[in-house]
Design a protein around this ligand. Sequence first.
Ligand SMILES: *Cc1c(COP(=O)(O)O)cnc(C)c1O
Length: 369
Amino acid sequence: MPKAAETVLEINLNHLEHNYRYLKAKLEPNTKFLGVVKAFAYGSDSVRIAQKLEHLGIDYFAVAYVKEGVQLRDAGIKTPILVLHPQAGNFAELIERCLEPSLYSPKILKEFLEAAKTQKQTNYPVHIKFNTGLNRLGFWENDINYLKKHLSHQAEIKVVSLFSHLAASEDLEEVEFTKTQINTFLKIIEAFDKNLKYKPFKHLLNTSGIVNYPESQFDMVRSGIGLYGFGNEAMIDAQLKPVASLKTIISQIHKIEPGETVGYNRAFKTKQYRITATLPLGHADGIGRQYGNGNGFVRVNGQKAPIIGNVCMDMTMIDVTDIDCKEGDEVVVFGIDPSAEEFASTANTISYELLTGISQRVTRKYIDR
Ligand SMILES: *Cc1c(COP(=O)(O)O)cnc(C)c1O
């Protein structure tokens, strides 16, 4: 890869393939694999990621919203796409693009049935989402009778899967709670299957679920962060490869005399002579102000350089006093070292938030063999 000549998010599709194969090897041969490509495939590029995964033979995709699914269909993606959090206003478009809604409440079920009727659909594939303890989205266990009443005589739709989502699959202090979630899901499945003439497939696990509860993989797993190189625990992180690396360059170097300040609100003050470098990267690119004022650091020619002062909209200043560097040199914000998880932790957040926040202004570059 040539050195960065501007701020770029490098997307390594070989690493994606490695992660996919690594996670798939943890599954039973018949377990389907759903790749979660919501939020621009965790801040990378949903079309390129989906194309690569489709090529590798993935079974399903999931996005959060209808417009994300539309973008994939427009790019020629043929694999089934589950829309995790659709809204009724987009159902016409959803049906037109053969996107499969998660139905999570009586209201959304009713609205979807109306849309399916209006559009004269039969056996339109839908997925029923159950809340088993995350308390975010989903029918409750005691909605089963309601579902029985409203699903058994509806020719417009066909329930292709039942699913739920774990609240703390990465947290081994919450094993007891997770097991109650799994048991609730099992009870729901049993009650549901008794009432339907056909058997929908079932799925529960996200990435950390695959790692920690492989015995509950049911018929499919849903992985997002693992595909992008993170497993929420060091041992798994070591086996995965980060797909996204954020790189930039030094735009300008300044010599700062004692008593001077750097950046807005004069937030960085120095009593000593300092050398600073200005980077073409700011909070508009997804590196928030919480990384400033000495919290985050980047790598310049392999050396650690702290982010000083307030992160600006389009620029960030770093301290390179002890680093041999010049204008135009490459700077690694995150990638292998520091990893996105490590960089995120300097601002008390997680890789998910950092990755999905890298804005569309940042140029994407692809590595594929
Ligand atoms: C985002 C999401 C996932 C993916 O979770 P990861 O921890 O990134 O693997 C799976 N299922 C649902 C319902 C989600 O919203």
